[in-house]
Design a protein around this ligand. Structure first.
Ligand SMILES: [Zn+2]
Length: 476
């Protein structure tokens, strides 16, 4: 057989094209979760999707039939994929028995981001550093540093953890916040004992430095005055006092007592004002007045921490999976709560006042209906609030308060991202967003409790089987 020179040239050319084609075909990379129902609070429900992530980025969301060139495939048939959840109110440095395993606890419950709302810098900084290490199995962490209190400090370390610092003057407040910014805090947390001029200085300084502001309503101020200046408020704290028909009178009474003529501790002073005014304020609830207050909060995310404030109404130890939640904790951390559980089950507490719990559920529903953004946070490990587990209780209670399941998901995904102006990077399942995802084997929109039916957690682009995370989280 004879080949002409042309034929040889053509064959060589074809071989070259084939070789180049092979070289151009990218190496398979990333992971695809196939044939899954994708749910997030902005895009709603998308069925039969394949979601591809590569490193810490979602790189494709496509119809199941499209061709794939990935290194790994996870069959998502019959499963539901939601964005990684946030616990928007945690204290990583509050109790050493919990601190070491909190990151894995959170992840094992699908929580891929946490906001730490109070801890002294020398305690919280090393924790943040270890959670942010390149190989750490830990949620993303955002932190405030200490509670910024006023002349009197509630959490002063005397008989209770020291997590607050004094800001007696506007100058001191400005200096404190500038120092915190230099040390890398992501936001600040204003506490209850600050005076109006210190509050103003804190807000001004945080705005100058581009730091989001979290707060309790300071006792010297009213919710409708302080609320619009801050980005989030915890526990609906002190809002009831501004929703009362006699709110002006209550405010005057507080200003008088805040002068603290007897020189009692910040903690005692704060508690005395709560005991004096909270229930009477709720008894004087004035709907019209409260609607005006709520209207001033339309841009201020409310983090009602319902699971914390409603333990009298919905006791955690009455929940079906409570024992399992305690068993997932390291023994030393769970011991106190197990004891409490046994006691309460043996002799249920009588005469528990549930007024505030009921009011908190009611107000959360009303605020949500009026368009106030709601965030899902727990205050773990204060409580009893097992890290991770308690966020799911919070989601259930948000639904009980009147949020739809998808709005409850927004409270644990989109709202926290918005607080940090990170909504273009996290909070939904979209191409270009970070790879924080939770794979569920039941539909969370059918029943929000299905957010606990977790099979896999993807954190910063790394997929973890939930069993591995539970094992890691239970190690002492
Ligand atoms: Zn807290």
């Amino acid at each position: 057989m004879k080949f002409g020179a042309e034929t040889v040239k053509r064959s060589v050319a074809l071989m070259l094209i084939a070789a180049v084609a092979v070289a151009c075909q990218p190496m398979p990379s990333g992971t695809a979760i196939t044939n899954v129902t994708v749910i997030d609070a902005i895009n709603g429900v998308r069925e039969n999707q394949t979601v591809v992530f590569d490193g810490d980025e979602i790189t494709a969301i496509q119809n199941v039939d499209a061709a794939l060139n990935v290194a790994e495939t996870v069959d998502g048939s019959g499963k539901y994929l939601i964005p990684g959840l946030w616990d928007f109110h945690v204290h990583l440095s509050y109790d050493d028995r919990f601190t070491p395993t909190m990151p894995a606890q959170f992840l094992s419950y699908g929580i891929t981001s946490v906001r730490d709302t109070g801890g002294l810098m020398h305690r919280i900084l090393p924790i943040v550093e270890s959670m942010r290490a390149a190989d750490a199995i830990a949620p993303r962490v955002f932190f405030a540093g200490p509670l910024l209190d006023g002349q009197f400090v509630v959490y002063d370390g005397d008989d209770r953890p020291e997590i607050g610092v004094q800001n007696a003057t506007p100058e001191q407040a400005r200096e404190t916040i500038r120092g915190l910014k230099e040390q890398g805090v992501d936001f600040i947390k204003i506490y209850e004992m600050v005076s109006p001029d210190v509050f103003e200085a804190m807000v001004e300084t945080a705005n100058e430095l581009d730091l989001p502001i979290d707060s309790h309503v300071p006792l010297s101020l009213r919710a409708s005055t302080a609320g619009p200046s801050v980005d989030s408020i915890e526990h609906l704290r002190n809002i009831e006092m501004d929703c009362a028909s006699n709110s002006a009178e209550l405010h005057e009474e507080r200003l008088e007592r805040l002068r603290n003529p007897d020189g009692i501790s910040g903690f005692a002073l704060r508690s005395s004002l709560h005991s004096l005014q909270r229930l009477p304020a709720i008894a004087n609830y004035d709907q019209e007045r409260c609607d005006e207050v709520i209207a001033t909060l339309e841009s201020t995310t409310q983090v009602p921490t319902l699971q914390l404030v409603s333990t009298g109404l919905v006791p955690p130890w009455s929940r079906d999976d409570w024992d399992d939640a305690l068993d997932r904790l390291p023994a030393a951390a769970a011991a106190g709560w197990k004891e409490l559980t046994d006691e309460r089950r043996a002799s249920p507490a009588e005469d528990v006042d549930t007024t505030f719990a009921e009011w908190a559920l009611f107000l959360t529903g009303r605020a949500h209906a009026a368009g106030v953004p709601i965030g899902a946070g727990t205050d773990t490990p204060l409580g009893p609030s097992p890290p991770g587990y308690s966020l799911h209780t919070e989601l259930e209670l948000l639904v009980r308060a009147g949020l739809s399941p998808i709005d409850a998901l927004a409270a644990a995904t989109v709202r926290p991202a918005q607080f940090f102006s990170l909504q273009d990077e996290m909070g939904t399942i979209d191409v270009g967003k970070v790879a924080d995802l939770v794979l569920l084997d039941a539909d969370p929109l059918d029943d929000i409790a299905n957010t606990k039916r977790i099979t896999q957690v993807i954190s910063k682009g790394v997929a973890h089987d939930v069993g591995d995370l539970i094992e890691l989280a239970g190690r002492p």
